[in-house]
Write a protein that binds this ligand. Structure first.
Ligand code: SAM
Length: 387
């Protein structure tokens, strides 16, 4: 297959992170959207992107764009395409979509028209028709249809690449893996100083930091991607890519990554998750309250993701915790850069330090911030932290 438009989808507000990743992998960034970034390349490029992107959800490869207002026109246009050259007639297809069109009240109807067009075409060209359904473990086709503009893509990922496959043991409110990777990107941690993560929960931030620092691409262990179900699947190229990016995990850490939590259960989950990711020996785990987390000398970042207090009555008890985080930053973390990731901006004010930067994120549907604090000795105290 020749070069085509590639759309990388991501969680809301992570377009910048995917764009940065694409640039670091030498892909052009053509357009950055709220939940997607456009680039271009071949199906082999899609393999590489599935393997190496940490902040993305899916890699979509454009098959064809056309105009259609009515679903019958959609059916006709889709049926014209040479599906028999791309899909195994005994295979399995799944259709998903994003649709905003006056004739479509339920996306499932648009999906059905696309599915019918594909199987009718395959039946007439090969005498056989693939099965279809919701499973994302074979050929996945994505329809983007806004008013009269239709684009059909192969979803080359199938199951999302935003979960990095290691989280076997979730604890309370774990961060999405691609969100954690994007948060670390926002901190610009370059692996020269320590990465200290009190309140680590199930360990997502510390594990993602280790995966980044040691150039480990967690999708390398994944066995199935949708690109393997699109003909011609170049399995030799995939084998070469896997070989080129196979992890070289050191026996000993070359940087301090420290993860602590007050809860033994959280730490067990974090250790087990880190083991599943192959990096448990590269992270120091300690069970302690955040204020007792030992801060090594030298530069580094201290990053916390405290609870947000979303249920009634929780916020009051958390006010004190956020205030104590401010004290901890001021008294014990001088010389480091502090970060707090939270979905509660009222609680963030209780930290009592002036944030030097704030980065916007979304976690599920909640507006969140990553707040940055420069912790030189005698950090600015502020009674109005809100800005
Ligand atoms: C929102 S969760 C962190 C989730 C984590 N980022 C992840 O991806 O799994 C907050 C964590 O803070 C821990 N915690 C709460 N109070 C604490 C304290 N005083 N000292 C240390 N850890 C605390 C909880 O046990 C919980 O694991």
């Amino acid at each position: 297959m020749n070069s085509s438009e590639i759309v990388i989808t991501c969680l809301p507000k992570l377009g910048w992170a995917v764009a940065e990743e694409l640039e670091s992998l030498n892909f052009p960034v053509i357009e950055i959207g709220h939940q997607s970034v456009k680039t271009e390349g071949t199906m082999v490029d899609c393999m590489q992107l599935n393997l190496r992107l940490r902040c993305a959800n899916r890699v979509l490869f454009l098959i064809e764009s056309f105009t259609a207002v009515h679903p019958d026109r959609l059916y006709k246009q889709v049926k014209k395409l040479t599906w028999e050259s791309w899909i195994d007639p005994k295979g399995y297809i799944s259709i998903s979509s994003f649709v905003n069109n006056d004739y479509i009240r339920d996306n499932r109807f648009a999906n059905l028209r696309v599915k019918d067009a594909i199987v009718d075409r395959m039946q007439s060209e090969t005498g056989q028709r693939p099965d279809s359904g919701p499973e994302l473990d074979a050929t996945v086709i994505f329809l983007h249809w806004i008013e009269n503009k239709c684009s059909l893509y192969f979803d080359t990922s199938g199951e999302t690449i935003s979960k990095h496959g290691y989280r076997k043991y979730p604890h309370k409110a774990p961060l999405h893996e691609s969100l954690a990777a994007s948060i670390i990107r926002a901190t610009q941690w370059d692996g020269k100083g320590a990465f200290i993560n009190p309140m680590c929960g199930s360990g997502t931030l510390a594990i993602e930091a280790a995966l980044m620092h040691y150039d480990i691409y967690p999708e390398i262990w994944r066995k199935n991607f949708s690109f393997m179900h699109i003909n011609p699947y170049d399995y030799k190229e995939w084998a070469l890519l896997k070989n080129e990016y196979s992890p070289k995990i050191p026996g000993k850490p070359t940087v301090k990554i420290i993860a602590t939590d007050i809860s033994g259960r959280a730490l067990d989950a974090a250790r087990n998750n880190a083991r599943a990711a192959g990096v448990d020996h590269l992270i120091e785990f300690h069970k302690c309250s955040f204020e007792r987390t030992i801060i090594p000398l030298g530069e580094g970042i201290v990053i916390l993701n405290p609870e947000y207090g979303q249920r009634m009555g929780e916020e009051d008890s958390l006010e004190e915790v956020y205030g104590e985080i401010g004290d901890y930053f001021k008294q014990k973390c001088a010389g480091k850069t502090g970060y707090i990731f939270t979905g509660n901006l009222n609680l963030a004010k209780k930290v009592g330090l002036k944030a030097s930067r704030r980065f916007e994120f979304m976690n599920a549907k909640l507006d969140c911030r990553l707040l940055k604090y420069e912790l030189y000795s005698g950090s600015t105290r502020s009674s109005d932290l809100s800005d």
